[in-house]
Design a binder for this molecule. Structure first.
Ligand code: ASP
Length: 586
């Protein structure tokens, strides 16, 4: 037997037991004839003890030649420790070792396998299997496992059926870029990896499965950001015979269940907010509701005072940073620099300090007297000691800019506590958004999302005004998932493709299978997909999803460990009848 127990389970109750443990050597201390080894496995660390003179000489010799990360097997008796370690569950005992066997040796690892490691990001990605030995990552993956298990339990209890859909599908240009896979048996033709199982889950509804789910990999060839991965996991779901309300309640239920089971937390009822309202009040379709700092629009109070910046602006809007009137000039300059960064792109920042003594000091004193500034402050519901931060410009742009500033202020003031969870539903998204580059409308969610019935008549005449039965689940300013009620009527789907600029032929070529299916009794249906990696990160109060994926890619989409992507052999290319011509490379 290679082990009788794990390294995380023995305690005082086990004293005097003869045990066998196996694991990795975390640390060796050799002091005046006493040798201690910290033996680690997935479950924890148990201390091994050997003593020169008392323990077998051969044993001491083996112990002295061990290195970090050697895999060993130790047999011996559980004894009570003299100096106990209250920080770990096995801290009151140690093993008086009688046999030691090296199961495998190890090179010296390129970084220390400790909670605080000395390894840089690149190195740790390259030796991911060593990084995964560290507690931090181990706990992340355990959390992920628990979340997937509990999600399955809940969905099963709600009569959802897990059904797998194919990974080799057909490329469709709508949405993000596809990853494609050449077909050997059909030379010159390509599969695409699914950006999501969207059409398949809808077909499952036509097939009558009623409630489908799948923890599924999705692939999108997009430019990467810290919180994006080219392949990621969704909890993907679809339901038939439902309205939006049913979907929201079912998945709010899932979140309540998960937070309860996994974190022991009772989430509140999720507030609902329309897209328009979210944009107006927070400048974002994923507002962080852990703090208020709501937008206040000041057009009426700012126009016609000779300040052309405001006079020419479509929108003048600000936030109140309560208690920040004592910000120094330098701090205000830093905030101005922040909003002027190219990623944010504001031209400047107007501030108004309402000093504790009741006086006002602003960056626009030349144009506005104290009386007017006081009116602004009152519009914010501000108090002496508060600081107003105001931006102006084109409505959509300025809202996004102010939203970035609001989040920055939230960070600076410590209002974005990672142990607090503020969920909400954002609903009534626009169905379409205008794309300047292509000069046409694109589906904001995807082309299968249904317009609100009361707006459907505007589809051709006023597409930009059509709202969708689409919704996002947002927690702490992060979009955890989104979905919609779908079109299940062939004619409406046809109109939708038409508005999106598809010719009838293109629509038939690409999505004929779905539109045809709609002719065989498609039930009303809708669904949602939650970003599972992101959900896991958010449960841990972390931003980066990479630490919640066992083998992630880096920012250039590379797997540094297996060194992928890579070239393939001429033989493989020949089989696929592919010839590589790199156009933009020397
Ligand atoms: N397939 C959609 C997505 O991946 C989610 C949904 O509409 O259910 O965003």
């Amino acid at each position: 037997m290679l082990r009788t127990h794990t390294c995380g389970e023995l305690n005082l109750k086990d004293v005097d037991k003869e045990v066998v443990l196996s694991g990795w050597v975390q640390r060796i201390r050799d002091k005046g004839g006493l040798i201690w080894i910290d033996l680690r496995d997935r479950y924890g660390i148990t201390q091994l003890l050997m003593e020169e003179g008392r323990s077998d000489a051969k044993l001491i010799e083996i112990a002295r030649n061990l290195g970090r990360e050697y895999v060993i097997q130790a047999s011996g008796k559980v004894i009570e420790r003299v100096s106990k370690n209250p920080k770990i569950p096995t801290g009151e005992i140690e093993i008086d070792v009688t046999r030691l066997k090296i199961l495998n040796n190890s090179k010296i690892p390129p970084f220390t396998i400790e909670d605080q490691t000395d390894g840089g990001e690149e190195l740790r990605m390259k030796f991911r299997y060593l990084d995964l030995r560290r507690n931090v990552l181990k706990e992340n993956l355990m959390l992920r496992h628990k979340l997937s298990l509990e999600s399955r339990k809940y969905l099963d209890s709600q009569k959802f059926v897990e059904i797998e859909t194919p990974y080799l599908i057909k490329s469709t240009p709508e949405g993000a870029r596809d990853f494609v896979v050449p077909s050997r048996m059909n030379q010159g033709e390509f599969y695409a990896l699914p950006q999501s199982p969207q059409t398949f889950k809808q077909l499952l509804m036509v097939a009558g499965y009623d409630r489908y789910y799948q923890l599924v990999k999705c692939f999108r060839d997009e430019d990467l950001r810290a919180d994006r991965q080219p392949e990621f996991t969704q909890i993907d779901c679809e339901m038939a015979f439902v309205e939006q309300e049913d979907v929201l309640n079912t998945f709010e239920g899932l979140m309540h269940y998960l937070f309860k089971e996994v974190k022991g937390l009772e989430l509140p009822v999720f507030p609902r907010m329309s897209y328009d309202e979210a944009m107006r009040r927070y400048g974002s379709d994923k507002p962080d509701l852990r703090f208020e700092m709501e937008f206040v629009e000041l057009n009426d109070l700012t126009k016609n005072h000779g300040f052309s910046v405001f006079d020419d602006a479509e929108l003048v809007v600000g936030i109140n940073a309560a208690g920040c009137a004592d910000y120094t000039r330098k701090q205000l300059d830093q905030l101005t620099d922040f909003v002027k960064r190219p990623q944010i792109g504001a031209k400047g920042l107007v501030y108004v300090r309402w000093n504790e003594d009741g006086s006002f000091k602003s960056s626009v004193d030349k144009f506005f007297d104290s009386e007017t500034l006081k009116q602004w402050a009152e519009a914010f519901g501000a108090n002496p000691g508060d600081l107003l931060l105001i931006l102006s410009g084109e409505t959509n742009k300025v809202r996004v800019q102010l939203s970035a500033l609001r989040l920055e202020m939230g960070n600076m003031l410590g209002l974005r506590d990672s142990s607090v969870y503020s969920p909400l539903w954002v609903t009534d998204f626009p169905l379409l958004e205008w794309n300047e580059e292509t000069g046409r409308y694109h589906a904001m969610h995807h082309p299968f999302t249904a317009p609100k019935p009361e707006d459907a008549h505007l589809l051709e005449s006023n597409p930009g005004d059509v709202r969708a039965n689409a919704y996002d689940m947002v927690i702490n300013g992060v979009e955890i998932g989104g979905g919609s009620i779908r079109i299940h009527d062939r004619e409406l789907q046809k109109r939708m493709f038409h508005v999106l600029g598809f010719t009838e032929e293109d629509a038939q070529n690409q999505f004929g299978f779905l539109m045809n299916a709609f002719e065989y009794g498609a039930p009303p249906h809708g669904g949602i997909a939650l970003g599972f990696d992101r959900l896991a990160a958010s449960f841990a109060g972390k931003d980066s999803i990479r630490d919640f994926i066992a083998f992630p890619k880096n920012n250039s989409g590379r797997d540094l460990m297996i060194d992928s992507p890579s070239t393939i052999s001429q033989e493989q290319l020949d089989e696929l009848a592919l010839k590589i011509v790199l156009q933009n490379k020397e």
